[in-house]
Design a protein around this ligand. Structure first.
Ligand code: ATP
Ligand code: MG
Length: 400
């Protein structure tokens, strides 16, 4: 087949020193994404090229749209570098792409990297423009604001012809910016926070705190479904299920008034810190959004954050709920998130959680029970599941 998918890199081209890492990682990620398909992928410093079977074109294009680090992509038609072949290919491209039922404006844009080619770019543009005008009565030249740009790239061995470029997802290739741990609840915000962190090239571990029997297995399965959606963009990920029941019960026995949520979140952060060391994460990511609930005021964030020195990244901190929902719908997590299963946080919510907790009071209450032993016990009883986008629920595979 004479079609080839051509991929243009995103922001990574501005990071000169890291270029190799970025390109190699993107190459690896695209290979993984297309691993069951019949493709040959090659790359150079500015582009990646995918040769493929035409029957798999649609599927490949869908998958390319799920890979971070791609700025633009397009389908190029490959041909020999002589004017007759280029003209025939232009005719084929146009026949396949434009409809005869309406008029279009166009221009030709030529890039000539083989300087031995006997005509310069302007001459080529002119001759190909004439050819198009002669063959397509519904096309008119507009060099300033054309609807269609006919791109021609002339190289030594062969040339490319293509029309439209499509937008890629942007961002950085996953794995180029280190590893972090996402606190993944069954809610709307944390999957979106995870998606945005993945977009910055971060490889994620996922951490879910569960309180069986106060929470159900359905709630866990809901988190797994969300994890599978994130794995579309982030590749295979560990989901670490934290048995939180005993610690949570102790909190509610020992902590008075309106502090349980604050203390519970301090415990979560302590566990996140231990998990980060264990699984080599450099940051904690979560779905906190300023002002959304009592534990997300700046005072609360201070009281909670003070138990750890690891950076906490809150990608949706400054988003409105509606902005978060927009992204959740785009990445297909919204419908899963709104399923009704209870979360470990919602099970024990006090009627009036404190919005300006004091750190001294937190410490005072925490001295009433031996949370350190409970945390050690938790760390010895983690369930770790490896999840990819095709993971089948109920086939838990412990990889402790
Ligand atoms: P979400 O919609 O993501 O659940 P939320 O608005 O309900 O967020 P909170 O319940 O206060 O807010 O939680 C804030 C953040 O703490 C969540 O976005 C998530 O990152 C983390 N979190 C809360 N509960 C859990 C849990 N059971 N397991 C893992 N992380 C959690
Ligand atoms: Mg929640």
């Amino acid at each position: 087949m004479n079609r080839i998918i051509l991929i243009k890199y995103g922001e990574l081209t501005t990071k000169k020193g890291n270029r190799k890492l970025f390109i190699n990682t993107l190459y690896k990620n695209i290979n993984l994404k297309l691993k069951n398909l019949n493709v040959t992928i090659t790359s150079d410093l500015s582009r990646m090229y995918i040769e493929y079977e035409s029957s798999e074109e649609e599927l490949i294009l869908k998958k390319i749209k799920e890979v971070f680090g791609i700025h633009k992509f397009l389908i190029a038609y490959k041909t020999n570098s002589n004017m007759d072949n280029i003209k025939n290919t232009i005719k084929e491209v146009m026949d396949n792409t434009i409809s005869s039922g309406r008029n279009y404006t166009f221009k030709v844009e030529t890039k000539r990297s083989d300087k031995r080619f006997p005509m310069d770019s302007m001459e080529i543009n002119y001759e190909l423009g004439e050819f198009i005008l002669k063959n397509f009565k519904n096309l008119q030249v507009d060099v300033h604001n054309p609807e269609i740009i006919v791109h021609v790239e002339i190289r030594i061995d062969y040339s490319y012809v293509y029309l439209n470029e499509y937008d890629g997802l942007g961002g950085y290739p996953v794995g180029t910016l280190g590893q972090a741990s996402l606190m993944l609840s069954g809610g709307i915000d944390s999957p979106v926070a995870g998606y945005l962190a993945i977009k910055r090239g971060i490889k994620l571990n996922l951490v879910y705190f569960e309180a069986i029997p106060h929470t159900s297995l359905e709630a866990r399965n809901k988190v797994i479904e969300l994890a599978k959606k994130l794995a579309i963009y982030g590749g295979e990920m560990r989901l670490i299920v934290v048995p939180f029941t005993k610690l949570q019960e102790e909190i509610y026995k020992n902590v008075l008034e309106n502090y349980p949520i604050t203390i519970m979140r301090r415990m979560m952060y302590r566990i996140m810190e231990k998990l980060s060391l264990k699984y080599k994460s450099l940051a904690i990511v979560n779905g906190e959004s300023i002002g959304q609930v009592a534990s997300q005021t700046l005072t609360s964030m201070n009281a909670i954050n003070s138990v750890t020195s690891i950076p906490v990244i809150r990608p949706v901190a400054c988003f409105d709920k509606l902005e978060i929902i927009d992204i959740a719908k785009k990445i297909d997590t919204y419908d899963i998130s709104i399923l009704p299963y209870e979360d470990c946080c919602t099970v024990f919510v006090p009627r009036h959680p404190i919005i300006n907790p004091s750190i001294e009071k937190c410490i005072e209450m925490e001295q009433k029970f031996d949370y350190e032993t409970l945390i050690d016990e938790i760390m010895n009883n983690l369930l770790v599941i490896k999840i990819d986008e095709n993971y089948e629920i109920n086939k838990y595979e412990d990889v402790l």
